[in-house]
Design a protein around this ligand. Structure first.
Ligand SMILES: C[S@@+](CC[C@H](N)C(=O)[O-])C[C@H]1O[C@@H](n2cnc3c(N)ncnc32)[C@H](O)[C@@H]1O
Length: 228
């Protein structure tokens, strides 16, 4: 349907991940969403569209929009203009606040709780580690973290793609996800490549008993009492 039916040259590797981002926002109704890595804005618009349809929520879209070898192939470095034009065309400007900074700069100034964090920025070890460590502590206990490009090595070592135009020897997202897994972070990864992982915001997941009625010592439910 209009205004979304025209084919748009997003030049994005997100693919059907855009539908997943949209769906998670529709289901969980986050108020504060932080996106690291907007590029031309496919993920940004998917998140903002869901906020618009929820009737609330803001996407803080962090990206310096500087030309880089990895993502700007064919975009002439004009990702910011493209993103702004899409937000205007789809009337999503009130759902999105672009922050034209690196995540390190934006992270140093960040000071509010986050309901949904989406990481798709600098995929090097220093980059993804810095993004997680700067922003994950701000994610609410019952919030979610979604990371893109997590499954590059699921089918075998990344080096098998050496020589392909998009190959990057410094891609470190899968290894970083393995380290989070070792720390106890739980999540679900959607494949095929390049993988999109939804994580609990804390190691060892949610406390599933937190909202259940409290039990007496002998195991009976206390009438009407709910644990805080
Ligand atoms: C894979 S693209 C993002 C794709 C986008 N999410 C989509 O749906 O098409 C990665 C983006 O991260 C941005 N980026 C690179 N380093 C960054 C940093 N330090 N902080 C924030 N964004 C960064 C790049 O400018 C690029 O636009």
């Amino acid at each position: 349907m209009e205004p979304y039916r025209s084919w748009v040259p997003w030049m994005s590797g997100l693919g059907d991940g855009g539908r997943l981002l949209y769906s998670v926002v529709r289901m969980t109704r986050p108020q504060t969403i932080v996106e690291i890595g907007s590029a031309r804005g496919f993920s940004t618009c998917a998140l903002a569209l869901a906020c618009a349809e929820n009737g609330s929520g803001t996407v803080f879209a962090i990206d310096p929009h500087l030309t880089n070898d990895w993502t700007d192939v064919g975009t002439q470095g004009k990702t910011f203009d493209f993103l702004k034009a899409r937000l205007a065309e789809y009337q999503l400007e009130s759902q999105c606040s672009p922050i034209r900074e690196t995540s390190a700069v934006a992270g140093a100034a960040w000071s509010r709780p986050i309901d949904l964090l989406f990481i798709d920025g600098d995929h090097t070890k220093a980059g993804v580690t810095g993004d997680f460590e700067s922003f994950a502590p701000w994610v609410r206990e019952d919030g979610l973290i979604i990371v893109h490009d997590t499954g590059w090595e699921r089918e075998g070592p990344l080096e098998r793609h050496a020589g392909e135009s998009w190959y990057r020897a410094d891609m470190a997202v899968p290894a970083y996800m393995a380290s989070l897994q070792e720390q106890g972070y739980q999540g679900a990864t959607l494949m095929p490549e390049p993988g999109l992982t939804i994580l609990h915001s804390r190691p060892n997941g949610f406390d599933f008993l937190r909202r259940r009625p409290a039990l007496d010592d002998d195991g009976d439910r206390k009438s009407g009492s709910i644990r805080p």
